[in-house]
Design a protein around this ligand. Structure first.
Ligand code: FAD
Ligand code: 2HG
Ligand code: ZN
Length: 477
């Protein structure tokens, strides 16, 4: 079968579901709403957050336990059904929805918090817990989750692990490769791989859990994790500043590390077009006048007076030397949330333009913003807008281009130009969102032939029948 939606792609040689198969899954998952087959119920599971990728799955399965995941995968592996693991379905690269009729295995009912050791800060939970709920839970014990992202209200921790999600706290707490202490996954053949250590230090043998962090559902279904949660800071400050040039953004970043040092907890940037999309498409108000660039500097520490003094002094110096033209410091939680909204809701605001061409790249900082400028002059007025924003403190740019609907001419001006541009500067074509369905064929722009060959060998070892998330992450042979 050649898909009419993806005419260049052939469905793999997977089995097709029969009524008997569905009945077998129903026996396995008794109770209400655990086996979905009604097309209207399936619509949301088949469609990604960007409303760009659409599958035609006829079955969603909602296990509650690791053992149920194992039983499902045993059947799928034996009968050769393709499986699409799905968490909160907030992924941005088409990895979370089926390409054809893969069975969707949703972790939405695997949402138990198993334990929290308030002394060590170690949380253990099932993969389907929503990130925001976990943060609310641990904050009652004076802890925070080591990651935070705009999709926190819907994304699952299992999805975060599977994508190795970055977000706005990475600058301070590092990536999930460091904060995940233990992980449990079910392999394609149903075998349960128990790597649920809760130790800070554990060098006994290969660190297998790392393979699953960022594996995008291709090596196994993540079912549980143990995560090290940092202490919640007594005092958090947030400044929103307007700057004249991207060079000033970089200078202020360098100075922030030097002068704010241990209290610096986030450093994010938006260009004027990114802010404009929030003010015009979401009617959010900007707290300061218009400038070419904006930055958010967050500090988190234990001594309010000390932190405020340090930040105020730093900001005064920046204003005096002219690196910062204008700015405001949030005085309460409401203002803080409003300012974070201007940064975290750009992705949502862009969708109001129509179609969004999305690029998530790592680049050396001296080249960072030139990609936006080059893209702008390349597509000119053919696009509605070209915006650049993101985690500048991590060297991670979000380049987004929009048009009223998908436009072949705009698309061909962007790709492969954008990937070649990044490869020439030895950047990464996927900083934090993964490759999913959309970007897998560009992997060689960032990874060597030998590295991709090793990835394929690992995939074959863990999933010899290729049932887990086919057509994603790795390129075809
Ligand atoms: P899904 O979208 O459901 O799935 C993502 C991938 O993981 C798929 O390949 C899926 O098959 C696989 N998967 C899901 N669960 C499992 C599991 N249990 N076992 C194995 N594989 C699994 N990302 C960032 O990195 N940083 C950001 O700042 C950020 N901000 C965002 C803001 C918004 C508004 C939105 C919509 C998205 C944002 N994202 C960000 C992208 C997205 O939220 C993350 O990739 C997130 O980690 C996905 O989690 P999810 O539960 O929604 O996973
Ligand atoms: C963010 O940092 C997310 O806001 C989404 O990673 C980025 O939509 C994007 O390009
Ligand atoms: Zn991001």
């Amino acid at each position: 079968l050649t898909s009419v939606r993806y005419p260049y792609l052939k469905r793999g040689n997977y089995s097709k579901l029969t009524d008997q198969d569905v009945a077998q899954f129903e026996r396995l998952l008794p109770g209400e709403q655990r086996v979905l087959t009604d097309p209207s119920d399936l619509e949301g599971y088949n469609t990604d957050w960007l409303k760009i990728c659409r599958g035609i799955s006829q079955l969603v399965l909602k296990p509650k336990t690791t053992e149920e995941v194992s039983d499902i995968l045993k059947i799928c592996n034996e009968k050769k059904f393709a499986v699409n693991p799905q968490g909160g379905n907030t992924g941005l690269v088409g990895g979370s929805v089926p390409v054809f009729d893969e069975i969707i295995l949703s972790t939405s009912l695997m949402n138990n918090i198993i334990s929290l050791d308030a002394l060590s800060g170690i949380l253990t939970c099932q993969a389907g817990c929503i990130l925001g709920n976990l943060n609310d839970h641990v904050s009652q014990h004076n802890l925070i989750m080591p990651l935070d992202l705009g999709a926190k209200g819907s994304c699952h921790i299992g999805g975060n692990l599977a994508t190795n999600a970055g977000g706005i706290r990475l600058l301070r707490y590092g990536s999930l490769h460091g904060s995940v202490l233990g992980l449990e996954a079910v392999l394609a053949n149903g075998e349960i791989l128990d790597c649920m250590s809760t130790l800070r230090k554990d060098n006994t043998g290969y660190d297998l859990k790392q393979l699953f962090i960022g594996s995008e559902g291709a090596l196994g279904i993540i079912t549980k994790a143990a995560i090290l949660c940092p202490q919640k800071s007594n005092t958090v400050n947030l400044a929103f500043l307007g700057l004249d040039s991207f060079n000033d953004v970089l200078d202020v970043f360098r100075d922030s590390k030097k002068h704010l040092s241990e209290i610096l907890s986030a450093f994010e940037f938006l260009d004027s077009e990114s802010l404009k999309v929030c003010t015009s498409n979401l009617q959010l108000a900007s707290p300061i006048a218009q400038h070419p660039f904006y930055i958010l500097i967050e500090t988190s520490g234990s001594n309010g007076t000390h932190d405020e003094e340090k930040l105020t002094q730093f900001l005064e110096t920046l204003m005096t030397v002219g690196k910062v033209k204008d700015g405001t410091v949030a005085v309460d939680d409401k203002q803080m949330q409003h300012i974070w909204g201007l940064r975290e809701r750009v992705a949502e605001a862009l969708l109001h333009d129509g179609y969004c061409y999305k690029y998530d790249v790592s680049l050396p900082l001296h080249d960072f913003y030139n990609l936006v400028l080059d893209m702008r002059s390349r597509v000119g007025h053919k696009a509605t807008r070209v915006v650049g924003y993101g985690h500048v403190g991590d060297g991670n740019l979000h380049l987004n281009i929009t048009s009223p609907s998908y436009d072949e001419e705009v698309a061909s001006l962007i790709e492969p130009f954008v990937y070649d541009w990044i490869a020439e500067r030895r950047g990464s074509i996927s900083a934090e969102h993964g490759l999913g369905f959309k970007k897998r064929h560009y992997i060689y722009h960032s990874k060597s032939r030998s590295a991709v060959a090793a990835m394929k060998a690992i995939k074959h070892l863990f999933d010899p029948n290729g049932i887990l998330n086919p057509y994603k992450t790795l390129p075809d042979d």
